[in-house]
Each structure stands twice: as C-alpha cells, then as structure tokens.
Design a protein around this ligand. Structure first.
Ligand code: SAH
Ligand code: SF4
Ligand code: F3S
Length: 458
C-alpha cells in the first residue's frame, strides 16, 4: 500500500507547525498491538513537528488509542474525554480518537452525540491516514470521521517512535479469523492479514543494527501466520527460525498463539532456536470442554492438557502462561471446577484472569443464561486465590538461580530499581545505575514477591 500521499500531508502539517513548539500526547488503552500502533502514531506526529509530552495540559494534540475487548476499557475512554474537554475549551487542543472502539458503530454515534468536541475519529484500518485527517481538522473547523469497515491492506513504511531502547515489538499479522463467541476483536480488527516475511526480517535487522536485543512478534493468532514465500518463508515456524539467525538479537518472544494451531513444526522451532524464550503464552479461556465448545475455541480440556504435555516433553524447561475468562454464559459450577482443575494441573507462571464482559454484536452476548455479577465475582476470587497460591509456590524455584536478562529501564513502580524479565517473563527488580540499561546481564534472584522477583547483579 502506498503511503506517498500521506507524506505530502506530513509536509503540509509540518509547515503549519514550523517554529511553534507544538506538543502531543498519546494514550494507549489496549494490548501490545495497540501499543505498537501507538508507536507508529508517535512516529507520524514527530515527523509533523510535534514533540511528545506526558503532561496532558501541555499538549496541542491528544490522541486516544482505544480498546473495546472488555467494558472497563470503554469506561476508561469516557472518563478521559470528560477530563480533556476543558483543554479543548481553554486552548483549542485537537482531540483525536482511534483504535478498536472506533470500529464499533454505536460508540462512534455516542461520541458524535455526547462528545461533539472530538475533532478526529479514525479506525484500525486508517491509522496511516492520520496526517491527512489532522491536516483537514487543522484547516477547517469540521469534525473528521475516517473509518473503513472493510479490512485495510497491510501498511508498510510508517515512521515509528519506539517506547523502549532494548526491546521492540514487531507486528507480524493483523486481524483474527477465529470468532471466539465472546470476542469483539475479529469485528474491529478484520480478517487475518500477514506481513511479508521480507518486510518483517528487514525491520528486525534494522532494530538489531540500532542496538535492540529483544524482539516480541505480535499478532492476534501468531501461529496462523502465513508468509507469502519471500525469503522462502510461508509459516510461523519458518519465521521463528529466520528471526533466530539475526545477529545482535538475543531474545525472541511472541504473543499470542492459539492452541488449535500449535503444530509440531512450531514446537520444534521453539525447541531448536536458542534465542526463542522457552515460554509460551497459551490462552486456555476455560477448562470445561462444554464451555470451550460454546466459546468456539476448537479444542477440549483433554486436547489442551495433551498439548501442554507434548510441549513440556519436547521443550526442556518450558514455562507457560495463560488467559482465563470466568462467568461465560451458561458456565456451571462444574464447568468452573474444570477451569480450577486445569490451573491446578498445569502450573502456569502467570495467569491473566478476566471476568466475562458482554460485547455488542458477539454471539455470546445473545446467549440467554448470562451469569449474575455476584457469581462471576465469587468465581473470579476463587480462581485468583488458587492462582496466587500456585504462583507463590512456583516462584520459590527461582530463588538462588542466575537469570540472563536484558535491562529494560527503571521500574515503573519503584524508580530506585532497574527492571528486566526472566525468559519466563517474570519481572525482576534490582539495584543498579542507568549505564546498565539496554545491556544483557546476569542477575541472581534473592527473593520473591508474588508478581515480581528481586535480584542482584552478579
Ligand atoms: N488473540 C488473543 C487474545 C486477545 S484478547 C488470544 O486469542 O489469545 C486478550 C484476552 O482477553 C483473551 O485471551 C480473553 O481471555 C480476554 N477476553 C476477550 N474477550 C473478552 C470478553 N468479552 N470478556 C472477558 N474477557 C475477554
Ligand atoms: Fe478473540 Fe479468539 Fe481471535 Fe483471540 S483468537 S482475538 S480471543 S476471537
Ligand atoms: Fe483491545 Fe483491540 Fe487489542 S480490542 S485487546 S486493543 S486488538
């Protein structure tokens, strides 16, 4: 897809901004794919002579990159919009909203009606058109709504401003074809579209040259990646093997694979590639075969457990993490106990737990027997206690071990500490000075604190 005419608009907005010290803020509300899109939005903004600020009151343009996977993600946006209205009134700040929520018609209608001060609304298929939309908004007093319902093409060549210095995310595919019955993602991100292997490898080689050491390959369903044959790559396992050969890259992660597509060649590639972390995020969603069927996950409890067993027996020291939804419609106490049973059997390193949230337009939203809130919360709490007790138990194995990590920066929760992660994706905090940031070092683990480990440089 050609983005040349966007370069004209980048030029035009730059001219408007010349010498004005314009500032922008981007708020990202979704998953790592959204974070990666926000890095591209920042890249475009900086080319248009805006500089970044984290102080919202300073910004001349505020962009919200939204998520709609659960209800609380939506509530967050409306809260923020209420907050920024005063800046719009005070100094004419440009307010733009993009991301997954903007692909939902009822949401766009709500914004038009209740938040008419929003200048630009653009969707997941029109991110690259931000320069054009911004130029229109700056030159006219009109609101710009730029949303495509059909799947956009894969866009290459957008400028990008990375959030981190040592690790980088690389989107390898967009969209999802799975239509799990609870999930809105296929409706707002469209069908699966894979990037060409050549473009992916070029991007990672460039990152390696710039000093990046850790790469996370991103997609809603990475193991159904389909390469167009460039560089001889047609599937995910081949892509992993090719990334593994790139000099300078030391760790490779990927998120998320789907259990139904976990073929043997992917398992073998993870085992064979020394840079690929021996950690797999394998979303379970429910431990009940009945519920899994209603969710359209295309595997049973037994198939999931067999897959875990096969992976663990083929990949030495493999660790796993997962996503679980509690309170899916019609979930019985027996179904829920199956979920607890799988958590008990698998020893996950990390479990991301979610309370089922009804999403407009999905099949599960129309199912009659929705679970009452108090039952959902009660089950969530029971799952949480089991997960926490397993994690404390599991964390003990780290104490005294030496971990190879890449220093990511200062800890977000404690500025006195540096932070990095084990191959199994556990956060490690430790003392050290800024010169270590971006380096690959060894850390000895001294204590565990449920959600992170404490260590010291060896
Ligand atoms: N494509 C990824 C996940 C995308 S969304 C995958 O399949 O693994 C991330 C997680 O949000 C999902 O794994 C699921 O656990 C959760 N989720 C999605 N829709 C949800 C809903 N309607 N209510 C609660 N949790 C949901
Ligand atoms: Fe949603 Fe399922 Fe696709 Fe994941 S695989 S994005 S949960 S529809
Ligand atoms: Fe949310 Fe969109 Fe990601 S709905 S989880 S930001 S793909």
């Amino acid at each position: 897809m050609n983005i040349e005419n966007q370069e004209d608009f980048i030029e035009k907005v730059s001219k408007l901004n010349d010498g004005k010290n314009m500032k922008y803020s981007v708020y990202t509300m979704g998953c790592q794919l959204n974070e990666n899109d926000s890095e591209k939005i920042s890249g475009m903004m900086e080319k248009m002579k805006y500089s970044n600020t984290t102080k919202i009151e300073e910004a001349d343009c505020i962009i919200f990159n939204t998520c709609c996977v659960r209800e609380n993600a939506e509530d967050k946006l409306f809260g923020k919009l209420g907050e920024v209205k005063k800046y719009k009134e005070l100094k004419g700040t440009i307010i733009a909203i993009c991301g997954c929520m903007m692909q939902e018609k009822h949401i766009v209608e709500k914004i038009k009606k209740s938040y008419p001060f929003v200048d630009i609304i653009f969707g997941t298929h029109t991110i690259h058109k931000l320069p054009e939309d911004l130029y229109t908004a700056l030159c006219s007093n009109k609101n710009v709504i730029d949303i495509l319902d059909i799947d956009g093409e894969v866009i290459e060549g957008l400028p990008i401003k990375r959030n981190d210095r040592a690790k980088a995310s690389v989107t390898i595919m967009n969209g999802c074809n799975n239509f799990c019955t609870y999930c809105i993602v296929p409706y707002v991100r469209g069908r699966e579209r894979s990037r060409s292997p050549e473009n992916i490898i070029n991007e990672i080689e460039e990152l390696a040259r710039a000093g990046y050491k850790e790469i996370t390959l991103l997609g809603q369903n990475v193991n159904s990646y389909k390469g167009n044959g460039s560089l001889g790559i047609t599937k995910f396992s081949e892509l992993l093997r090719a990334v593994n050969k790139i000099n300078g890259i030391e760790k490779i992660r990927f998120i998320s694979p789907h259990p139904k597509d976990f073929t043997d060649d992917v398992i073998d590639a993870i085992r064979d590639c020394d840079k690929v972390c021996k950690m797999i995020h394998l979303p379970l969603q429910s431990g009940s075969s009945e519920v899994l069927k209603k969710m359209n996950r295309k595997y049973t409890k037994e198939q999931y457990l067999n897959l875990v067993h096969k992976m663990k027996s083929r990949i030495p020291n493999l660790t796993l993490s997962t996503d679980i939804i509690v309170g899916f419609p019609e979930e019985t106490e027996e179904d829920f106990k199956d979920t607890l049973d799988v958590v008990d059997k698998v020893n996950f390193e990390q479990v991301f737990m979610f309370i089922y949230s009804r999403r407009v337009g999905t099949p599960a939203d129309k199912m009659e027997k929705q679970i009452p809130d108090e039952v959902k919360h009660e089950r969530f709490n029971r799952l949480k206690s089991l997960v926490e007790s397993k994690i404390v138990e599991n964390n003990k194995k780290y104490i005294g071990t030496i971990q190879d990590i890449i220093v990511e920066g200062r800890s977000k929760t404690n500025n006195n500490m540096l932070t990095g992660r084990t191959d199994s994706n556990k956060v490690i905090n430790f003392e050290g000075d800024d010169s270590l940031i971006g380096k690959a070092i060894k850390i000895k683990i001294i204590s565990e604190h449920m959600w992170y480990l404490k260590g010291e440089v060896v």
